[in-house]
Ligand binder design. Structure first.
Ligand code: PRP
Ligand code: ZN
Length: 298
């Protein structure tokens, strides 16, 4: 019998596609993907990647077609509310927050239109592809407004006279700008998340989910991490340790022939800026070297 294989859904084309593939590659996955192919075969892991519309990703996990999905929190939360409204159980679990796909669901009004807080929404028509999140936002503020649910091209709704304002995803803000709209309130801050089915998986699949999660943690940790090496006077150690950003226990190495100087090696879990290096130098450090970290396993 064939070995069971994990199915992971990612966005076919859009803001999450490249960073999702990049994450998988950094986790060690080798995939072969033909042009316009819907599914890519994992060559070195029992894991296949499905390329789908992002809005379909929660459903694919919900309906047990896929075991895993990489999707925006915006899409996920909308689906969660939709399922609740229909009285359906949620059949996906959010297992990791990811450090990409940052954007926000925001309210935007035509440039020149006035806006004085959420109460300005009363009685207005708001166009969106996120009716459940918007309804939730309005309900929490006790505001009655008309939600105009569209399937796309929300940004042109005010110009077409279909709505007074919009509630849409903003990333760089260039879509709003191109359509003469002004962002006024944030409804939801979003980033990519990894979801999985709550159902029990075959042991082989389960083991690979665990390995993938561990690798994702490692990848996310090293993105910001740096390995720093320097020489310092022994008596400047306390001050230097304080200056090293996000490092727990640096390695202190004696320097042959220099009894009052030591070498310090440390992993900094934050970026090391020029300012930090300058402060370290001022504290007596020399021979400073900052290296990128490629892999990390706690
Ligand atoms: C969103 C939104 C805007 C655009 C905003 O669409 O509807 O069109 O992104 O991004 P910007 O601020 O960088 O201009 P998305 O890419 O999510 O497409 P989809 O809703 O069809 O998935
Ligand atoms: Zn979409």
């Amino acid at each position: 019998m064939d070995e069971p294989r994990l199915k992971l859904a990612i966005q076919k084309s859009g803001r999450l596609t490249d960073p999702s593939l990049d994450l998988l590659v950094r986790c060690g996955l080798k995939i072969s993907r033909g042009k316009d192919q819907l599914m890519a075969f994992g060559e070195n892991m029992p894991l296949d990647v499905l390329f789908v519309r992002d809005d379909d990703i929660p459903d694919l996990v919900q309906e047990d077609v896929c075991d895993l999905g990489l999707v925006g929190l915006n899409v996920l939360e909308e689906k969660r509310l939709e399922l609740a409204a229909r009285g359906h159980p949620v059949r996906f679990q959010q297992v990791r927050n990811l450090d990409f796909g940052r954007c926000r669901l925001s309210l935007a009004v035509p440039q020149g239109a006035s806006f004085e807080g959420a109460s300005s929404l009363r009685g207005r028509r708001i166009a969106t592809t996120y009716p459940f999140l918007l309804e939730n936002y309005l309900r929490e503020r006790d505001i009655e407004a008309q939600i105009v649910t569209l399937s796309g091209a929300v940004e042109i709704a005010p110009r077409l006279g279909r709505a007074d304002l919009i509630c849409d995803l903003v990333s760089t803000g260039s879509t709003l700008q191109a359509n003469h709209l002004r962002e006024v309130e944030t409804v939801l801050e979003s980033h990519a998340v990894l979801i999985r089915t709550p159902l029990a998986l075959a042991p082989v699949k389960d083991e690979w989910v665990e390995r993938l999660l561990m690798r994702i943690d490692g990848v996310q940790q090293v993105r910001e991490s740096k390995y720093i090496m320097l020489h310092a006077p022994r008596d400047a150690l306390p001050e230097i340790r304080k200056l090293l950003p996000g490092s727990e226990s640096p390695t202190i190495i004696p320097l042959e022939g220099f009894p009052d100087r030591v070498a310090i090696h440390a992993v900094c879990r934050e970026n090391v800026f020029w300012e930090t290096l300058e402060s370290l130098k001022k504290a007596g450090a020399s021979a400073l070297l900052v290296l990128p970290v490629e892999k990390m396993l706690a």
